[in-house]
Design a protein around this ligand. Structure first.
Ligand SMILES: C[S@@+](CC[C@H](N)C(=O)[O-])C[C@H]1O[C@@H](n2cnc3c(N)ncnc32)[C@H](O)[C@@H]1O
Length: 221
């Protein structure tokens, strides 16, 4: 896989098999912060006043959304239990070359690199308010007894990987969301809105990350 520089100067990976990059070409880091941190986590914390948030990410990839999350909670009194789902984990050597360490606190980045490989095997306590577990599994094989407050849905686009956006896939994830829990993703389509409504979510169109007009935020009723 090759690195590509995106609109905000941060890098992303190009997956030739899928024919798509891991992040927005308009800006990988700004997309992560806008879609997942501000419209997902920050919104949820502000709405609920939660001091402990369980996050589920579909498509953990490089861990960009994880490190932005870890950086976000650094100076806030919020604890995060972070669970990723990743079918095809990247080698640590590739993650180390993303340059994402330059976009977060140095301690956040070094703690992430140190935890990554162990995190693929079991939950790692990164510090007293942060745990990470990356499930090396395909989405449809993911199981959990735990329910989640916030879902970061970061699959490749439907045009390249339609099965990730099917009713079956979205329904599989929906069962792990708490009532009042929030599901965010960078895209919004008629099909996605219909599926999420039928799965018991209320739908909002939120402003999209630069380069995209709108994105979806759905709240479980
Ligand atoms: C758009 S990229 C995610 C980018 C990632 N959030 C990041 O910040 O680097 C989609 C991810 O989904 C993973 N993936 C693709 N098909 C999957 C499946 N069926 N189950 C689990 N993960 C899958 C890919 O390997 C890739 O890492």
């Amino acid at each position: 896989m090759d690195f590509v520089t995106t609109g905000d100067g941060s890098k992303t990976l190009y997956n030739a098999e899928i024919g798509e990059c891991y992040h927005s070409k308009h800006g990988a880091v700004q997309e992560s912060r806008h879609v997942f941190i501000q419209t997902g986590l920050d919104y949820y914390v502000q709405q609920t006043g939660a001091k402990a948030v369980a996050i589920l990410e579909v498509g953990f990839g490089t861990g960009l959304n994880f490190v932005q999350t870890a950086d976000f909670i650094r100076e806030r009194s919020v604890a995060v239990n972070y669970v990723g789902i990743e079918g095809f984990p990247l080698p640590l050597s590739v993650i180390a070359e993303t340059g994402y360490g330059e976009t977060v606190d140095a301690g956040v980045w070094s703690a992430y690199l140190a935890a990554y490989e162990e995190g693929l095997k079991q939950e790692v306590q990164i510090h007293e308010r942060l745990q990470l577990h990356i499930n090396h599994t395909l989405l449809m094989d993911f199981r959990s007894e735990k329910l989640f407050d916030v879902v970061y849905f970061d699959a490749f686009a439907a045009i390249h990987q339609p099965e990730m956006w099917s009713d079956a896939a979205l329904g599989h994830i929906a069962q792990f969301v708490k009532p009042g829990g929030v599901f965010v993703t960078y895209a919004i389509t008629g099909n996605l809105k219909r599926s999420m409504k039928s799965l018991g979510f209320s739908i909002e169109k939120a402003p999209g990350a630069p380069g995209k007009r709108e994105m979806l935020r759905a709240t479980k009723l």
